[in-house]
Design a protein around this ligand. Structure first.
Ligand code: AMP
Length: 572
């Protein structure tokens, strides 16, 4: 659906065209025509990134009477950032309206300009609940003329403890107003709020996966909890151009992770509720200007961050509620760009990942934590690209003869290596001998090795595992020759032999067990260290043995299996 098919004025359409919005997003298709035509209430289940601000903002701008110099619409939102974002969007939609006044009111900043703006005759107020209530109490803000109330991110406002403020504010508004409730999730508290304050309403829901999320790829890395931070570093290092948000569950985690990243030389900073408003603004402006590549944030603090070109969202911890994951991942992959949402998970979170996959209707791909070698290669290429793309500073020209003289004796290849080493040595030494952090890989390997080393031998025989297989060039006759050679005993009768791809099994009568084990000790075959072990009995087999033992005991007791028979036998 195109915007020109809406019943809106040309000046509103022109502003929307200026914003380069071409088609309505799904939520806008459902909400805008309804809100333009009707004065009934609306509940919309939608996250940031779905175009929800325009879904209520365009109808509001359309309905406002600019000649009336009093508040006609109020939008309540949980954070200052969101508040500013919404008012910025409304100002953009109303760009060609002459007498419109939109006022953003929020805590943590000077109240006087806000009072002045309200008194000058504002038609649309966008505010955080605390400051709105404050201005009502000061008798500056009067809501008796309000026609539309928007509760934006209602779930978050309730989470942040604004319930009482909301009650107080809504009680100041006329009962016949139109109420629009937008929420990413619908917990009971939000349902209660809607029951208390809303009349006849339409409910709309855009697929829990938002439009933007179509462009999001989902990956997870399985690590031990203690390796979480190192895995994060590697993920950042393998993506030198990363520009993203790292979500942590608590303020403390947020602070710790950001501090560690900064100490380790990353362009990172923290955004959380313990910061003062001006500190938060400072961090945000650094992030917006890309002076910070990595913003470590809590969910609440990150609300309202409206940046379209994030490359990654990293879930340092998975959120308690799966819907929050949808919300987080929707912060990337916006405005037609591709984005990646990453989960750093530990092995017990597999089920949660499955549940999220179902919810987002998308696969979350398991990825291996990058190895030191992978990272070094990527970083080196990145460094070379940077060198190639750096504009030459002509100031250097004057020193060229001297520089040439200094480099005279060094060959071109050595010079390249030396120059790159200046930048690269730190990283190289950090990742030298770095261990594998990937638990999924380790787990797979463990399972593989276990299955390799298992099997049940013929009666009277021991079954051996040997780490030589088809791939190492061993065949049955080689193996028999090897056994004879290592034991120096040609009379050992070799039983069953199974040659597999990477390993083999052979069976030997029990009495030669020790000869085999000692014969292969410290032995190398074509430079490969040979490992021979008694193969383990797989779990299933041990339970079979256990069942066998039970049956034998039953037989001994002369019964089949009933408790009565066993009791009888016992009494005998
Ligand atoms: P929101 O969900 O309101 O935070 O919007 C997410 C982003 O989508 C913002 O950057 C909007 O400017 C942008 N946007 C909203 N509606 C449209 C549209 N119809 N076409 C293209 N971009 C849009």
């Amino acid at each position: 659906m195109n915007f020109n098919s809406l019943k809106i004025s040309d000046r509103l359409l022109k502003a929307i065209t200026d914003l380069k919005f071409e088609k309505l997003t799904p939520i806008q298709e459902k909400a805008i025509p309804y809100l333009i035509d009707k004065n009934e209430d609306l509940i919309a289940l939608a996250q940031t990134g779905t175009g929800k601000t325009a879904a209520f903002g365009i109808p509001i701008v359309h309905k406002i009477d600019c000649d009336k110099k009093y508040p006609q619409a109020i939008i309540l939102s949980p954070t200052r950032e969101l508040c500013l974002q919404i008012s910025k969007d409304l100002i953009a939609y109303s760009k060609y309206f002459e007498n419109i006044n939109i006022t953003a009111i929020y805590g943590g900043s000077n109240i006087q300009p806000q009072i002045k703006s309200i008194r000058s005759g504002t038609q649309i107020v966008v505010g955080t609940p605390g400051r709105v209530k404050d201005l009502i109490n000061r008798k500056v803000l009067k809501l008796k003329t309000i026609e539309i109330v928007v509760l934006d991110e209602a779930d978050e406002m309730l989470n942040m403890g604004f319930k009482e403020d909301l009650d107080a504010i809504l009680s100041e508004t006329p009962s016949n107003k139109q109420t629009l409730l937008f929420s990413a999730t619908m917990p009971n508290e939000v349902m209660k709020l809607s029951k208390t304050y809303m009349h006849k309403f339409k409910t709309i829901e855009v697929a829990s996966r938002n439009e933007g999320a179509k462009n999001v790829d989902h990956h997870y890395y399985m690590v031990n909890a203690k390796d979480r931070y190192n895995a994060l570093r590697r993920i950042c290092d393998i993506n030198p151009k990363i520009y993203g948000i790292i979500f942590c569950r608590t303020r403390r985690d947020t602070k710790n992770v950001a501090d560690k990243l900064m100490n380790d030389g990353y362009n990172a900073d923290a955004l959380h509720g313990d910061l003062s408003q001006s500190q938060r603004d400072h961090v945000m402006s650094k992030f917006r200007n890309r002076n910070i590549q990595l913003l470590v944030a809590t969910d609440v603090a990150a609300r309202g961050i409206d940046i379209d070109n994030l490359t990654h969202v990293i879930n340092y911890n998975l959120p308690d509620e799966n819907e929050v994951y949808v919300h987080r991942s929707g912060r990337t992959g916006r405005a037609g760009r591709k984005g990646i949402s990453i989960i750093i998970a530990h092995s017990r979170e597999g089920r949660k990942i499955n549940a999220i996959e179902k919810m987002i209707k998308q696969k979350i791909f398991a990825k291996n934590v990058p190895t030191g070698k992978d990272i070094c290669k990527i970083q080196l290429m990145h460094l070379i690209d940077n060198i190639i793309n750096t504009e030459i500073n002509t100031e250097i020209d004057q020193y060229i003869p001297e520089i040439e003289n200094k480099f005279k004796k060094i060959k071109k290849n050595d010079l390249i290596k030396q120059l790159l080493s200046v930048e690269f040595n730190r990283l190289l030494s950090f990742y030298k001998n770095a261990k594998d952090l990937d638990t999924s890989k380790k787990e797979k390997k463990r399972k593989q090795i276990n299955s390799e080393k298992t099997g049940v031998a013929e009666k009277g025989y021991s079954r051996f595992y040997i780490n030589l297989g088809k791939e190492t060039g061993i065949a049955t006759h080689n193996l028999i020759g090897l056994i004879n050679e290592r034991t120096r005993n040609r009379n050992i009768p070799v039983g069953k032999i199974d040659i597999m791809k990477k390993f083999s099994f052979f069976e030997i009568p029990n009495e030669f067990k020790n000869e085999i084990l000692s014969g292969f000790k410290n032995y190398k075959w074509h430079d490969k260290k040979v490992n021979v072990e008694i193969s383990k009995v797989p779990k299933k087999q041990s339970s079979i043995k256990f069942a066998d033992r039970k049956n034998k005991r039953r037989k001994k007791l002369g019964e089949k299996s009933s408790f009565k028979n066993r009791y009888k036998a016992f009494k005998k």
